[in-house]
Design a protein around this ligand. Structure first.
Ligand SMILES: Cc1ncc(COP(=O)(O)O)c(C=O)c1O
Length: 385
């Protein structure tokens, strides 16, 4: 199974999985006859997510990208406004605000968590700053106390990009439930999946009614469905941000296993981190500064090569050993669209350094110890050679 011959033996970087009753629930949704959004499986997911996150309102979306776009509309940002965020993130964090005409202002990250460096935020604020986006990289919490204080002092919206952070906590609170708005992802590479999928957590109750309208194409259809009005109409800007019942049915089944899925991933992360420790002690690789298992949800495991050339060689070596390892992100401040639509609000030393050296190892629900051992052996072999 782990021979070096052919793709069928490849240890994938990420793999979608069935946790329980997904196919049964999809069949039920079909039998019930309504496959558009906001029917019984969507309502079930909303209730489950509100319980899980402790948020007053969860709204399923077709992606975390959609949830971020809703957050940008709810934050009311427009041309000339600025939004603080890391450059070391996925494009959707920035695009959502650029689509409103606002300007992302990139701030460097901390070396230990790879999250926004809260100490650099104050210097990047201007009188046009309207919001801060806290991206919880690898499910590890940002320094929320400092960010909450800045947001409150300067009357800014605090949006959590919790795409990677479902079931991670900060001081006992679920990430995604701490800022005014939280955005989660159920993309197939995440911990809890529905193919594509996401949710907006509306933690500030003043935003709930408008969030429902924006998600339903700018209409008050949600109120109509609840019998609060006799006909629905166009009342605001919006789009179609809701997923079909098929997606909600799949997600409902996954949510029933959220604890077991998270625990298995945490154990897998812990294994990588402990078994690779000797290589880090010898100065051959860098490991995450925090114990990822303790601070997060086991979303990801990464290590650092010593420079970009070594990283390229390591990834190629692993591929020859049938291990699919990847790197990300190309920092947004150095990408073509980032240069056109955004600006930097600090020096980007840590972002540039980390982005050149980070390697993500295979991690998915169901990865076996044997597979992980093979990955680790391949990493050791590279440094022995
Ligand atoms: C930090 C971050 N934000 C946003 C997204 C977008 O999520 P989705 O694919 O659900 O739109 C991702 C996806 O990888 C992400 O990692």
């Amino acid at each position: 199974m782990l021979s070096a011959s052919g793709d069928s033996d490849l240890i994938a970087f990420s793999k979608p999985f069935i946790a329980g009753k997904e196919l049964y629930y999809i069949a039920q949704a079909v039998e019930r006859g309504g496959l558009a959004g906001d029917q019984s499986f969507t309502r079930r997911c909303h209730a489950e997510l509100e319980r899980l996150f402790g948020s007053p309102k969860a709204l399923l979306t077709h992606s975390c990208t959609a949830a971020l776009e809703m957050a940008a509309i709810l934050a009311g940002v427009g041309p000339g406004d600025e939004v603080i965020m890391p450059s070391f993130t996925f494009v959707s964090t920035a695009n959502a605000f650029v689509l409103r005409g606002a300007t992302p202002v990139f701030v460097d990250i901390r070396r230990d968590t790879l999250n926004l460096d809260e100490k650099l935020v104050a210097a990047a604020l201007t009188d046009r700053t309207r919001a801060i986006v806290a991206v919880h990289y690898a499910g590890v919490p940002c320094e929320m106390e400092a960010l909450l204080a800045i947001a409150s002092d300067r009357k800014l919206w605090l949006v959590e990009d919790a795409a990677q952070a479902v079931k991670s906590t900060w001081r006992g609170r679920m990430l995604g439930s701490v800022g005014h708005l939280g955005c989660a992802s159920f993309h197939e590479t995440k911990n809890i999946i529905s193919g594509e999928g996401g949710a907006l957590l509306v933690n500030d109750e003043r935003l709930i009614e408008r969030a429902e309208i924006i998600r339903e194409k700018g209409t008050n259809r949600s109120q109509f469905f609840r019998g609060m009005i006799d006909k629905y109409t166009w009342v605001d800007i919006g789009s179609s941000y809701l997923p079909s019942e098929l997606v909600a049915a799949f997600l409902a089944a996954q949510l029933e296993h959220v604890d077991a899925i998270t625990e298995q991933r945490r154990a897998a992360v812990d294994f990588y981190q402990s078994v690779l420790a000797p290589l880090a002690q010898d100065g051959k690789i860098g490991l995450p500064a925090t114990r990822l298992r303790d601070t997060g949800n086991g979303h990801m495991f990464y290590l650092f090569a010593r420079d970009v050339e070594e990283r390229t060689k390591l990834i190629a070596h692993l591929r020859l050993r049938n291990v699919h390892a990847v790197f990300h992100y190309v920092p947004l401040h150095s990408s073509p669209a980032g240069r056109r639509y955004a600006r930097t609000g600090s020096d980007m030393t840590v972002t540039d350094d980390v982005a050149a050296r980070l390697v993500r190892l295979p991690l998915f629900r169901g990865i076996t110890r044997l597979q992980q051992q093979h990955v680790v052996d391949a990493v050791f072999d590279f440094f022995r050679a």
